[in-house]
Design a protein around this ligand. Structure first.
Ligand code: FAD
Ligand code: SF4
Length: 479
């Protein structure tokens, strides 16, 4: 129902087909309907209905879905099919829905840090026997913000050559979804459990050590840096979150990775990943329509084509097109920050993120978009909008040096667009943000500038915004 990146479709179909083969090899009887089966109804409920006709089952057992839309459809099965339907909890997550509800009860801001501490206690990860966190602190984020050194280069993540099954799926996707965003090949994502384990081992052996310090760094053309590249495997069930966290903890115990890297990695998984999932189910269906800041500008066409002179955005969109991946800080502080301060419509942004990433599923994409980057949920997830001028990108990357825009210039045609857009955003949302203690003080700086300077910023921002060509229909969904 959105036009996913071609590599995401290959990943999912290939992983399913490999899994079906593995089950058959273990002696299970598997009824797998191919995408190009002429009888395929093209809908989940439609295919379950046909399976019910074929097998006349005494019961249907299914794992709960990862998407509100699908869960609504599944709720109707009990009344529709002539047998009992059990919808079982997804055991690939650490927190239950009830645990998240209990955490959220009575809180205005659902601060991730407190939820994370509960997950640390629940799993025992990096916990001392006396109930204190390993190293004395819960969170070593402050040690995880090193800017990239010149020439920073990480050992590459392994890529997996497509086998016969994957090649068949690549051909199918090329033929069936030629107009979808993204490069179909080269395709190198893990599609089996064995490949995913190999990718995880390579990360623990070669990149975990520096994962922490360079978590927020960005280097032109260095797409993965020290990130794990494991989200695609985690989200489609090839890897288990707890097994990864235990492996990271072992690396710390053996002394092969420092605490700030290991804690940082574990926090991303039992903290952020579990938290956004709980948040999604807690906030749906309203989250999908949330637009607290009243942002209505269409997504620019360059998000699909990559044709922009802004070097940071062009690089993040290139890696997105080539690999169906961009790392967290690119998604948050370049792409997301731009969408926030340019006032792009949250639903258009959510569609883009859901389309372009191989790890995208609504339960994880939407809280990150509506909550973390756009503040569209009114601050339930993030205590302040992550708005930043070009300074932040310049500090954390090597993008600006060769950019056509000048990061040091604040206004005018050569100024980095992030600079005037930042103040344009702050000015436009003053009524909502001024009372926020984490960001409100910035208005004193704005007021000190005086009217003439303020007008210059606003005019520069508006001149830039007027140049943005809206995305043509049909990129994200069939027109
Ligand atoms: P690493 O940097 O190695 O992190 C390790 C793991 O931590 C990831 O594999 C992931 O499972 C988890 N993680 C880290 N941050 C987050 C987070 N904010 N939310 C949830 N899990 C997190 N992640 C997705 O899996 N699917 C998405 O659709 C998705 N959409 C995003 C949209 C936006 C706007 C932003 C800001 C972030 C989004 N993320 C999403 C989170 C994060 O960017 C990716 O999980 C990460 O880039 C995947 O690469 P990695 O496996 O190398 O991650
Ligand atoms: Fe991006 Fe501005 Fe730096 Fe150019 S100068 S790379 S637009 S932050």
């Amino acid at each position: 129902y959105v036009k996913h990146h071609k590599q995401k479709i290959v990943l999912i179909f290939s992983a399913m087909r490999h899994f079906a083969e593995e089950l058959r090899a273990k002696g299970w009887q598997v009824d797998y309907v191919m995408l190009d089966d002429p009888e395929n109804t093209g809908s989940f409920t439609g295919e379950v209905a046909r399976a019910v006709e074929r097998h006349a089952p005494s019961a249907i057992r299914v794992t709960e879905s990862g998407e509100w839309r699908v869960s609504q459809a599944m709720e109707e099965w009990e009344g529709r099919f002539p047998c009992p339907v059990s919808i079982l909890p997804d055991t690939r997550f650490i927190a239950t829905h009830a645990e998240f509800r209990a955490f959220a009860e009575g809180r205005k801001h659902l601060t991730m840090e407190y939820f994370y501490r509960e997950m640390r206690r629940k799993t025992g990860l990096l916990m001392r026997p006396d109930g204190r966190p390993e190293g004395g602190e819960w969170n070593y984020d402050a040690e995880n913000r090193e800017p990239p050194k010149a020439g920073l280069k990480a050992p590459p993540a392994p890529k997996f050559a497509p086998d016969a099954i994957t090649q068949e799926v690549i051909a199918l996707v090329g033929q069936r979804f030629p107009d979808h965003f993204g490069d179909l090949e080269p395709f190198g994502w893990p599609v089996t459990r064995a490949e995913a384990l190999e990718a995880a081992e390579a990360f623990f052996a070669r990149r975990l050590e520096k994962f922490g310090p360079y978590q927020d760094a960005m280097v032109h053309g260095e797409d993965d840096l020290y990130h794990s590249m494991l989200s695609t495997s985690l989200n489609c069930g090839l890897l288990d979150p707890l097994e990864l966290c235990r492996a990271a903890e072992d690396a710390y115990k053996k002394g092969t990775a420092p605490l700030n890297s290991v804690e940082g990695f574990i926090r991303q998984i039992i903290g952020w990943r579990e938290y956004v999932r709980g948040f999604y189910w807690h906030q749906m269906p309203g989250l999908a329509a949330a637009n607290e800041l009243g942002a209505h500008r269409p997504l620019p066409e360059f998000f699909w084509t990559g044709e922009t002179d802004m070097r940071c955005l062009a690089d993040c969109i290139r890696t997105t097109r080539e690999d169906a991946h961009a790392h967290h800080i690119q998604r948050l502080m370049v792409l997301g920050n731009f969408c926030l301060i340019a006032g792009i419509d949250p639903q258009a942004v959510a569609d883009w993120y859901l389309v372009v990433y191989a790890d995208a599923y609504e339960w994880v994409e939407l809280p990150n978009v509506a909550g973390m980057i756009l503040y569209a949920d009114g601050g339930r997830l993030a205590t302040k909008p992550y708005a930043a001028s070009g300074n932040y990108i310049n500090k954390m990357s090597d993008y600006c040096g060769k950019c056509r825009y000048k990061v040091s210039q604040k206004t005018g045609p050569d100024a980095c667009p992030f600079n005037p857009l930042y103040w344009h955003f702050m000015d436009a949302n003053r009524a909502r943000l001024e009372s926020n203690h984490r960001i409100g003080r910035i208005y004193a700086t704005w007021d000190r500038m005086g009217e003439a300077k303020q007008r210059e910023y606003l005019k520069s921002a508006e001149t830039f915004l007027a140049t943005l060509e809206p995305a043509r229909e049909g990129w994200a969904r069939d027109a």
